[in-house]
Design a protein around this ligand. Structure first.
Ligand SMILES: *[C@@H]1O[C@H](CO)[C@@H](O)[C@H](O)[C@H]1NC(C)=O
Ligand SMILES: *[C@@H]1O[C@H](CO)[C@@H](O)[C@H](O)[C@H]1NC(C)=O
Ligand SMILES: *[C@@H]1O[C@H](CO)[C@@H](O)[C@H](O)[C@H]1NC(C)=O
Ligand SMILES: *[C@@H]1O[C@H](CO)[C@@H](O)[C@H](O)[C@H]1NC(C)=O
Ligand SMILES: *[C@@H]1O[C@H](CO)[C@@H](O)[C@H](O)[C@H]1NC(C)=O
Ligand SMILES: *[C@@H]1O[C@H](CO)[C@@H](O)[C@H](O)[C@H]1NC(C)=O
Ligand SMILES: *[C@@H]1O[C@H](CO)[C@@H](O)[C@H](O)[C@H]1NC(C)=O
Ligand SMILES: *[C@@H]1O[C@H](CO)[C@@H](O)[C@H](O)[C@H]1NC(C)=O
Ligand SMILES: *[C@@H]1O[C@H](CO)[C@@H](O)[C@H](O)[C@H]1NC(C)=O
Length: 442
């Protein structure tokens, strides 16, 4: 059955982070073998689907320079002439204490599914039948200042000759895809490289000699999927003191590295240090201590940042950590009929912050602070792009039922984000943080 749905390279080892079992939910399923097998089967379909529809094969396309202002079938004209309301005097304002405010349609968007041809099918919510549009019109508003709009021209000028890499899971990719769309209004990117599984991808903005990469690593550390009696289990062996060379080999060419990860740590994983089993996460196995996903996340980020600070050729690198972006299934997990069909953001009072989401965020912040102290002597910079709370207020921003899935009708994607959509705000945060820290981004 698997092989009918997935061809050669798309095997079980490629499961995406949809297979996120929330703590006790997984254990409940695990205790009933049939349900577990069934959910793993669904995961196969789910992941095959995702892998079959990565980027559109278009390599070159029209940009603002060589065509009329883009409109989509909704007749939205993007207002590119808004001032980038960057203001130095707001540089100490707390960006996180804020809420979402409704904007005029043309003023809130950076691109549409028409102007940006690299939107992957599974994130092209309007194409997949989503009918409400308001979710694209909210802008993040800190209480005491304005989060400046992203200025693609300034940004591209600032990163001339540089390389930015998004390092992490499929949400790192989602973030990169948003940036790719925003920047393509200024210059058409060229598709330079894609590996056979489309986990590593490189785009070049030739006029600015700017390289944008995504390096897929679900755990940062070296991990292999556990196989029991010839079957992939969906759980992994994580070597917490050994990094995955697939991303570290690129580090010396990277000027700005944007790290993220978290969802895959919620699987039933086994943890190793020095090659010895030290515990697990949700394995439910007698004699193996469950150290919890937070422990594994901390150790993985520590390993990554320690490596960077020890790497002589990496000195001067700018590292950003984009904090955990939680899944938002309601009325059940992804495989229990859970969905996300809200059409408006939560207000400050409505938003519920889960213990686990907040724990992961706190761990990530602690690790970036630790790395910052260690890295100062090498001229390395460590900063945080803290999206956790703002995104918990956006249950309306996910593809939900509109992720274009032929095989799993009735299942929702409440983890990734529609393009365009609230994930575009991550790049507003990114630009503002770089501006605050580096004069070159002014
Ligand atoms: C674009 O935005 C600017 C600034 O907000 C505004 O003055 C202008 O009227 C807008 N243009 C259109 C066509 O909406
Ligand atoms: C910058 O922000 C300050 C304080 O919010 C405000 O008084 C000032 O007018 C702003 N300047 C510009 C040029 O927008
Ligand atoms: C902000 O401050 C920097 C130096 O601190 C200066 O170079 C830049 O011109 C200022 N930008 C604005 C918009 O005031
Ligand atoms: C957020 O900003 C409001 C308005 O300035 C202020 O009253 C409140 O104390 C702030 N909250 C936090 C957590 O900083
Ligand atoms: C863009 O979205 C509209 C719905 O608003 C849809 O009709 C159209 O096919 C989509 N176009 C592309 C190129 O995705
Ligand atoms: C592009 O940037 C790279 C890395 O900074 C540099 O080595 C190369 O010479 C640049 N190419 C051009 C054409 O400027
Ligand atoms: C693997 O297969 C053997 C023989 O069929 C069986 O005894 C054993 O319980 C299986 N192990 C697991 C972990 O399922
Ligand atoms: C590195 O990438 C290759 C090719 O995508 C893959 O086969 C291999 O499993 C990856 N290694 C790790 C440790 O993830
Ligand atoms: C979301 O789905 C639930 C269950 O199908 C339904 O009761 C509710 O009205 C839906 N909400 C919206 C905003 O469509």
């Amino acid at each position: 059955m698997k092989m009918n749905l997935c061809n050669s390279v798309q095997t079980r080892k490629n499961v995406q982070n949809y297979n996120v079992f929330k703590g006790d939910k997984f254990l409940n399923l695990g205790s009933t073998g049939f349900l577990l097998l069934y959910s793993l089967f669904l995961t196969v379909i789910f992941s095959c689907y995702m892998l079959h529809f990565p980027f559109s094969p278009i390599l070159k396309f029209a940009s603002k320079q060589d065509s009329a202002p883009p409109t989509n079938s909704l007749h939205i004209t993007i207002n590119h002439s808004q001032p980038a309301d960057y203001n130095n005097s707001t540089s100490d304002c707390d960006l996180l204490n804020g809420s979402w405010v409704l904007e005029e349609k043309g003023n809130s968007l950076y691109y549409t599914n028409f102007s940006c041809p690299t939107i992957p099918h599974s994130k092209n919510c309007l194409l997949n039948g989503r009918a409400d549009e308001e979710f694209m019109q909210w802008r993040w508003k800190p209480e005491e200042c304005t989060l400046p709009r992203f200025n693609a021209k300034t940004f591209l000028t600032s990163v001339k000759g540089k390389t930015i890499a998004f390092i992490g899971d499929s949400l790192a990719r989602n973030h990169m895809e948003s940036l790719l769309c925003i920047l393509s209004s200024e210059e058409s990117p060229t598709d330079m490289y894609k590996d056979v599984e489309d986990k590593f991808r490189t785009w070049l903005f030739p006029r600015h000699n700017f390289t944008l990469m995504v390096l897929r690593t679900e755990f940062l550390v070296f991990a292999t999927e556990r196989v029991i009696n010839g079957s992939f289990t969906g759980g992994f062996d994580l070597h917490l003191d050994k990094l995955n060379g697939n991303w570290t080999q690129h580090l010396t060419n990277i000027d700005y590295a944007i790290f993220s990860d978290g969802h895959w740590f919620l699987r039933p994983n086994y943890l190793y240090e020095n090659g010895n089993l030290i515990g697990c996460v949700y394995c439910g196995e007698a004699g193996v201590q469950d150290l919890g996903p937070g422990y594994a996340i901390r150790r993985a980020f520590q390993a990554a940042f320690n490596y960077i600070n020890k790497c002589v050729e990496c000195s001067g690198i700018v590292v950003l950590l984009r904090t955990f972006s939680a899944g938002q299934f309601e009325q059940g997990a992804w495989n229990e009929g859970g969905f996300c069909n809200r059409t408006r953001p939560f207000t400050r009072d409505e938003v519920k912050i889960g213990d686990q989401d907040w724990e992961f965020r706190s761990i990530q912040i602690e690790e970036i602070e630790r790395a910052r102290k260690d890295g100062e002597k090498n001229g390395n910079m460590f900063e945080i792009v803290d999206v956790t709370r703002a995104m918990l207020m956006r249950p309306d921003g996910h593809p939900g039922a509109y992720w274009g899935n032929k095989w799993m009708k009735g299942y929702s994607d409440c983890i990734h984000w529609c393009l365009p959509g609230p994930i575009d705000t991550w790049n507003e945060f990114l630009q503002e943080i770089l501006r605050r820290k580096l004069p070159i981004f002014h």
